[in-house]
Design a binder for this molecule. Sequence first.
Ligand SMILES: C[S@@+](CC[C@H](N)C(=O)[O-])C[C@H]1O[C@@H](n2cnc3c(N)ncnc32)[C@H](O)[C@@H]1O
Length: 310
Amino acid sequence: MGAALLDTVRQARFVPWLELKLRADRNQARALAEALEGLGAISVTLQDAGDEPVFETQWEQNQLWSQVQVTGLFPEQTSIPEVLDSLKRHTGITTSLESRVATLPDQNWERTWMERYQPQRVGKNLWVCPSWCAPPEPDAVNVILDPGLAFGTGTHESTALCLEWLAEQELAHKTIVDYGCGSGILAIAALKLGAAMAYGVDYDARAMDTSRENARRNGVADRYHALPPESLPTHQRADIVVANILAQTLIALAPRLTRLVQPGGLLALAGLLADQADEVRAHYAAHFALETRARGEWVLLAGRKTTDGD
Ligand SMILES: C[S@@+](CC[C@H](N)C(=O)[O-])C[C@H]1O[C@@H](n2cnc3c(N)ncnc32)[C@H](O)[C@@H]1O
């Protein structure tokens, strides 16, 4: 239980590290994670502190487990009492924080993380390869990716569902919007599979930077445009819109995503769990005939726009 939520690695050195583990309530965990990053943690991980099934994982504004273990990894010389003091100042948490500190032996953390992320085949001919690995099939369609600080390595089930679905579509001459682009993985895959133009929309500036860099790395930068949601022109329409975000965000964005898809175009929604599918579908049912695909507990809703309206 307790898959890692947020796992960013900024640097790596062969020195011992201090691991600070904090137990927090759900409503404190994200603020603590952000504060730990701000205080110099080289990695921050959120895990289930109890034994609850994960009911909503990943990403910005969603819920976490009721009790969360927040782990920050710090350089050996860090003063943990000072970190704890600063944490309280930064987060406004006044209660005592249940914490444990351990010294971890020499390890190359970057290597550990890189070893976890390996080339991945999607469908027959599409591969997602980390930028530090040689593509196993050089003649296949290879998306070379460095997720940087943005989400989207292709290893998450909902990203894999979107990639599989994209790989089955007729993409030639098509314009794609990847709403919630993260690393740009979906937009870049679509371009490498033959789409004419892709827009990556994300409200996180790091995602826009990372996705532009990944588009450049894949030789598709001239056909890729990263932009924040407010810069997407209201009259913009796309042949295909893919949004791998979260159930509640997909519901909130229903009018916007509906309008974005041109009549007869395709929509794929992911980032939702099986028991959220009906609720999300209901917000799109007036304009789309959506089919369901699942991978583990994750679901993709995809289908064609059946109306001219929005
Ligand atoms: C789960 S990640 C998906 C990344 C990538 N598209 C993939 O499939 O792996 C969701 C992304 O959506 C972005 N996001 C979440 N809510 C958003 C919103 N309301 N508007 C724009 N971007 C949003 C997040 O910053 C994050 O990069």
